[in-house]
Every structure is written in C-alpha cells, then in structure tokens.
Design a protein around this ligand. Sequence first.
Ligand code: GTP
Ligand code: MG
Length: 234
Amino acid sequence: MDSTSCKIMNTIDEEVMTGEAKWQKDAADQNFDYMFKLLIIGNSSVGKTSFLFRYADDSFTSAFVSTVGIDFKVKTVFRHDKRVKLQIWDTAGQERYRTITTAYYRGAMGFILMYDITNEESFNSVQDWVTQIKTYSWDNAQVILVGNKCDMEEERVVSAERGRQLADQLGVEFYETSAKENINVKAVFERLVDIICDKMSESLDSEPAMLAGGARGQRLTEQPQGSNNPNCNC
Ligand code: GTP
Ligand code: MG
C-alpha cells in the first residue's frame, strides 16, 4: 500500500466484513443512510475477487483461487453528509454456480460487469452477462462495463476502443482497470454509487426540496462533509 492509499485507508470511515456468517451483524447495523447492493459479475478468472480485495482491503495476490458460489464484503463510504453502505457481492464466474449466483441478482442496484482485456472469450461473453442481468435483476439496475488487467498491455487482445464501443451499444459506462496495479478500481465504485444516487434523485423528482441545488454527478468523498454540503440529494 503506498502512502497515498494508506492515508485514504486511514481517513475513510470504513468497515469491511466477509462471509454469510457476518450477515446478521450486518443487517443489525443500522448506522447508515443508504444501503446499496452491488454485484461483480463476469467470466471466471477475469479478476472479480481481486478487484473487490483491492477496493476493500487494498491487497492483491497473483494466486488464483476460483470463487466457490458467492461471497460479499461490506464497505461504508460517504457521499457528502450521507453514509452509504455498500454490500458488494463477489460472484463465481464458473458456469456450474450460475443457479446460485443469479439468485442474488434480485434487488441489486448496481453491477460491475467485468471482462479480461487479455481474454477474448471473456469479452465475447459480455452480452450473455447482460442477458443474465435483464433476466434476473430489475430494470433500474445500473451497470458499468469493466475491462480488467489493463496492466498486461503486451498480452492485450481486446482494444480499449472495442470495449468503449460495446459499452456505447449497451448504453453503459466503461472503464479499463487493473486490480494488480490499482488502476481505476476506486473510480469504478465511486462512479457506480454516483449513477445509483442520480437514479434515486430522478425518482424523487416529485419532491423538489430534495433536488434543490442539483447535487447530481458529484463525486463520492472520503470524509463526511456535514453542513458544508447541504445540497446532497443522494
Ligand atoms: P472466479 O472466482 O473463478 O470467477 O474468478 P475471478 O474473476 O474472481 O478472478 P480472480 O480475481 O480470482 O483472478 C484470477 C487471476 O487473475 C488471479 O491469478 C489474479 O491474480 C489475476 N488478476 C486479477 N486481476 C488482475 C489484474 O488486474 N492484473 C493482472 N496482471 N492479474 C490479475
Ligand atoms: Mg473470484
């Protein structure tokens, strides 16, 4: 962890938990303003687990331990004066777990749909994953397309341009990331939270007071900003 990350980890008020055993504790902790359920999906080995570990623990391992079923971590972040609890589900990419993992799509507000820029097949599978989202999730679920492993430039087989074009076709935002080199990992989560918040404020348009000042599109912050930001409509 570099010093900048270290500072971030120290200043952000966060908690990280894993596993079903912690579920009850998580549900009981009501110390948040909003809870967003997010899922990371995509083919096996694209880097979903690594991406989550980088975000939640700022750690990375080059060993590949394929996820069995599903796991989750909880991380609390601040968007202005609101405490937003992220419940982030890491799904197994292997086909044999599909029945289990799709059962968790219900109620998800956001999806990180990941492929590996060094693996054509994972890119070709993106459309199938979109179909899974459409089948098992709800219409308002927000999606970000992520091309992971962008540190492996020499082994790249999917250009950034193809990724961007596919994202445009699907009507979603696009990032290239590296869980290994910590490139754009935090940015993806921040953007997904912003998009979900924007969607929420759209659905609150019958309450103009909530929308005064137009906080739409503002970024997730590391610290609560309290009265400095009275306009948050997240
Ligand atoms: P399943 O659990 O089987 O669905 O796979 P997964 O998508 O969770 O993949 P995982 O995170 O386990 O990563 C697979 C392999 O890719 C591991 O060996 C990781 O170390 C490696 N990896 C993940 N992200 C990156 C990255 O950004 N760059 C590089 N070079 N390797 C990565
Ligand atoms: Mg995994």
